[in-house]
Design a binder for this molecule. Structure first.
Ligand code: FAD
Length: 466
């Protein structure tokens, strides 16, 4: 046995949950160590949010360079050097992960490389290539994130890829099959479609992007149809794949009929599972749910009072900003502050063409909770900025409590939805009514005015609609 090293607060995992928790705990005076077996920044910075958005942005540049004829622009021979695209994407990732390293060091957080395993409620082993070390701790924050799910018959390989593989392709595929039309599959599928790939989506449910309202996914479907190189099969089931030297043949069932298509790669994006196995959590006495999530209370505390859990391993939407939010709560609680989770307004964004975003309640969710609501909608097509950007598809929609106009939900489908949603999330957090947004002067001409006009619709006095 080795001599155990005593630590104060230990964080396991350096994703947007773990690294934020470590920094905040250090800011609040804790002596903090963070243990990471892979790369600083976790999934989000290395193989998730950031590289996907970089590829999506590059795909847009290419696509709009080729297709701006409506605006009188005709470009011949626009080409992509995909290895440069990848190198650029990697440089973005590197800048950010390097930044996380500097922030941790700047806050005097000790970075320990290796895989952590709980021995009991006060100690863990950390194993790396050349050593194994036991650490004791006063408090632990577990932020080990999630991993892509594999489905039967689709074992990950060179050509049966998950999101990580899709982000690292060295050439633009001619044909790509995407299994699972959730936000990750649709974002990556759209990015490659913009680079010219023929994309086939196979989705088991009735609709793609089931996390959003049908009125929203319809806007995306319409745009994908316009691209001409994306085909979507819903109520369809992936059955198996044969891999060859140069590609795959994917079998799926649609309308009771078996279909088979050839492609360069098949991308499986059917969900992610929490990394709560092989971590010794049960040895520490930490309770998991049936789905393998860690049970926590409103302070991110697990069933063991000095062990906290945050991010993709706990219930709720598996999103980076939710992980970082919980991280600050856990760090503050450990430092003796009376912090508590309030999930009132977690925005969810899908970076497709156009973008979708939602915060707070959908109409149906509110009604299911017995809240009487009015829904007010304003289209992009009636906004000057949207017209001048040639981005006229979509709408902003406000879900207001009927009795007093309190904004309890908002949805945006359209260009810039990922930014437009921030104001609406703030409105919910601040307890604002539609009238408050309607009376806020919004700069002209901006997409933000669409939110103001939706608010005017909500209070019954719109200027730019009949
Ligand atoms: P992670 O980021 O998964 O980090 C966990 C870390 O823990 C990893 O670095 C792992 O190596 C480490 N670890 C695990 N086990 C151990 C152990 N035993 N010992 C030591 N270290 C360990 N979210 C958004 O909000 N917006 C987006 O646009 C978005 N896009 C995405 C795109 C893709 C393709 C994917 C896959 C995900 C995307 N997400 C997005 C989701 C987002 O990445 C996750 O919600 C987020 O990374 C979760 O953060 P986390 O800190 O819980 O875990």
């Amino acid at each position: 046995g080795d001599f155990p090293i005593d630590l104060d607060t230990v964080v396991v995992g350096a994703g947007p949950g773990g690294y934020v928790a470590a920094i905040r705990a250090a800011q609040l005076g804790q002596k903090v160590a963070i243990i990471e077996k892979g790369a600083l920044g976790g999934v989000c910075l290395n193989v998730g949010c950031i590289p996907s958005k970089a590829l999506i942005a590059a795909g847009h540049r290419y696509e709009t360079a080729k297709h701006s004829e409506d605006m009188g622009i005709k470009a011949d021979n626009v080409t992509v050097d995909f290895s440069k695209v990848q190198a650029w994407k990697d440089s973005v990732v590197k800048k950010l992960t390097g930044g996380v390293g500097s922030l941790l060091k700047g806050n005097k957080v000790e970075i320990i490389t290796g895989e952590a395993y709980f021995v009991d409620g006060n100690s863990m082993r950390v194993i790396n290539e050349d050593s194994a070390q036991t650490y004791t701790f006063k408090n632990a924050i577990v932020a080990t994130g999630s991993t892509p799910i594999e489905i039967p018959g689709f074992k990950f390989s060179k050509r049966v890829i998950n999101s990580t593989g899709a982000l690292a392709l060295t050439e633009i595929p001619k044909k790509l099959v995407v299994i699972g039309g959730g936000y990750i599959g649709m974002e990556l599928g759209t990015a490659y479609a913009n680079f010219g790939t023929e994309v086939t989506v196979v989705e088991a449910g009735d609709e793609i992007l089931a996390g959003f309202e049908k009125s929203m996914s319809t806007v995306v479907k319409k745009e994908l149809k316009k691209k001409g190189n994306v085909e979507i099969f819903t109520k369809s089931f992936a059955k198996g794949v044969e891999e060859t030297e140069t590609g795959v043949t994917v079998k799926f069932e649609t309308n009771g009929e078996m279909k088979s298509i050839e492609a360069d790669y098949v991308l499986v994006t059917v969900g992610r599972r929490p990394n709560t196995q092989e971590l010794g959590l049960e040895q520490a006495g930490v309770k998991l749910t049936d789905r393998g999530l860690v049970e926590i209370d409103k302070q991110c505390r697990t069933s063991v009072s000095n062990i906290f859990a945050i991010g993709d391993i706990v219930a709720g939407p598996p999103l980076a900003h939710k992980a970082s939010y919980e991280a600050k709560i856990a760090a503050e609680v450990i430092s003796g502050e009376p912090a508590e989770i309030d999930y009132l307004a977690i925005p969810a964004v899908c970076f497709t063409d156009p973008e979708l975003a939602s915060v707070g309640y959908f109409k149906k969710e509110a009604e299911d909770k017995g809240i009487a609501v009015t829904v007010a909608k304003f289209p992009f097509a009636a906004n000057g900025r949207a017209l001048s950007l040639n981005a006229t598809e979509g709408f902003v929609q406000l879900v207001c409590r009927k009795e007093d106009g309190l904004i309890i939900g908002a949805q945006v489908a359209g260009a810039g939805a990922s930014d437009i949603i921030s104001e609406l999330g703030l409105a919910i957090e601040a307890g604002m009514t539609a009238e408050d947004i309607a009376h806020t002067i919004h700069a002209h001409p901006t997409l933000g005015e669409i939110s103001m006009e939706a608010a005017e619709v909500a209070i019954g006095s719109p200027i730019h609609t009949m």
